[in-house]
Design a protein around this ligand. Structure first.
Ligand code: IMP
Length: 430
């Protein structure tokens, strides 16, 4: 038995969906444990593309159970739409394949309205959120004002909780953020309907996961976003509002840490970021544009162009440490195919000092400049490689150098979007 956590080791969008999809072969259950529909996984099976925001990508595999843990914040309309689309494509024929923990917090219309209004009122200080209401929902969870799935399905409880919270939200929306107040009746009608449709998926993730482990199943925990967006360990305040690092898998699903056998971090062979916030290796030039074009770096959730830059080993070492990574999967190596020279940032320069560790003070970080190492490019197409030995020597050397500077063994290299365009060096499930 092996229980494996997959996390993004950068600022999100590392290509986790594909890696999760591949590892799902070895697992009986796939669990999502944090975030919400701010995430977006694009999956390519055969020639068919599926974008999932909430439901674990394991749903594309028959017979695998997908669990949404208590740590997730859930927009019911998005959830139900995803189910409908999956069913239309022939997936999720058995509803028992999908379980949502009763304690997930529901993203309410006021959370979305507050998120969007705050961002548009913040000017220079905006975070660049996805506008999905993620931050305000987590605020209410921690502030003990949240509405959970278990509340939503009980009409009297839902009405009472909404009654308690809505006047404050409407006050904030109207008097401070300059928005229209929301109607209690409309929310009750719409959301009670969602509650009725969702009740059949409700369960206890912690019980199910622990039972599965006792039965000797393998479980895959699918992280969303990336380590550098973690609310505690990321580039605060330019972060998302959940624990994106591996520790979040335990709190977000009700599993004790002693059951985790491996933690695999996913990183692109270069770097990207969406939204505002520090990005030391960012390329604001023709090369950045080239990476964006070749790598098709546009958000799966918002369609925003992603900021692009070189591989940042300082940030990656932070992810290796905070997650306790046992392995690293490098994605989109093929995007670098045409380049003559590729740069790796191995340290930062700060006022004449060389920094090896990622600085905690954002003001220090803003003053840091990357110290680069030049690596020769391979200038050939590697999309067909399925073995490490099939890579041109420069590509193999680049991967080996990434492993050295990151201080973590590389277990997988992805050379294209399809499942078969993958080099597996070690299997964390065995
Ligand atoms: P929020 O999660 O919508 O509150 O956004 C906070 C920050 O996290 C913003 O910079 C977003 O662009 C970023 N973010 C949230 N989800 C993702 C993701 O799945 N990939 C990349 N960035 C994300």
């Amino acid at each position: 038995m092996a229980n494996v956590i997959i996390v993004g080791a950068q600022w999100g969008d590392e290509g986790k969906g594909k890696v999760v999809d591949i590892y799902t072969e070895h697992a009986q259950e796939v669990v999502r444990y944090q975030g919400g529909n701010n995430a977006g996984h694009t999956l390519v099976v055969g020639n068919e593309k599926t974008v999932l925001h909430l439901i674990p990508s394991g749903i594309l595999h028959q017979g695998k159970r997908c669990i949404i843990g208590n740590g997730v914040v859930l927009d019911p309309a998005v959830f139900l739409r995803e189910i409908e689309n999956l069913k239309k494509k022939g997936y999720l024929q058995d509803d028992r394949q999908l379980v949502v923990d009763s304690n997930v917090h529901i993203i309410m219309p006021y959370h979305k309205a507050i998120d969007i209004a705050r961002e548009s009122n913040s000017g220079q200080r905006k975070i660049g959120t996805t506008g999905r209401g993620i931050g305000p929902t987590y605020e209410d969870k921690i502030g003990r004002r949240g509405i959970r799935l278990i509340d939503l399905i009980k009409p009297e409880v839902f009405a009472r909780k909404l009654e308690e919270v809505l006047p404050e939200k409407n006050f904030l929306l109207e008097k401070f953020l300059g928005c229209e107040p929301l109607s209690r009746e409309q929310i009750i009608e719409e959301y009670s309907g969602y509650g009725r449709q969702m009740a059949q998926y409700m369960g206890n993730a912690s019980v199910l996961i622990n039972q599965s482990i006792a039965a000797g199943h393998h479980i895959l925990f699918e992280g969303a976003q990336g380590s550098m967006l973690d609310v505690d360990h990321g580039t605060y305040p330019y972060v998302t509002s959940s624990s994106t690092i591996a520790g979040g898998a335990c709190t977000g699903s009700g599993l004790g840490p002693r059951f985790i056998d491996a933690v695999i971090g996913i990183s692109k062979a270069y770097a990207t970021r969406v939204g505002e916030g520090p990005f030391p290796t960012e390329l604001n030039d023709e090369m950045g544009e080239r990476l964006r074009r070749i790598g098709q770096e546009f958000g799966a959730t918002t369609g925003r162009p992603r900021r692009t830059g070189w591989f940042d080993a300082v940030a990656l070492r932070e992810a290796v440490r905070t997650n306790g990574l046992t392995g690293l999967a490098i994605t989109k190596l093929d995007v670098l195919n045409e380049l003559e020279t590729i740069k790796i940032c191995t340290a930062y320069a700060y006022r004449g000092e060389r920094l090896h560790d990622f600085p905690r003070d954002i003001e220090v970080l803003n003053e840091c400049t990357p110290i680069f190492e030049d690596e020769p490019g391979w200038q050939s197409d590697i999309c067909g490689a399925t073995q490490f030995s099939q890579l041109p020597k420069q590509a193999a050397a680049y991967i080996e150098r990434l492993e050295e500077v990151a201080g973590c063994p590389i277990v997988m290299v992805s050379v294209g979007p399809r499942r078969d365009q993958t080099i597996q060096l070690a299997n964390p499930f065995t």
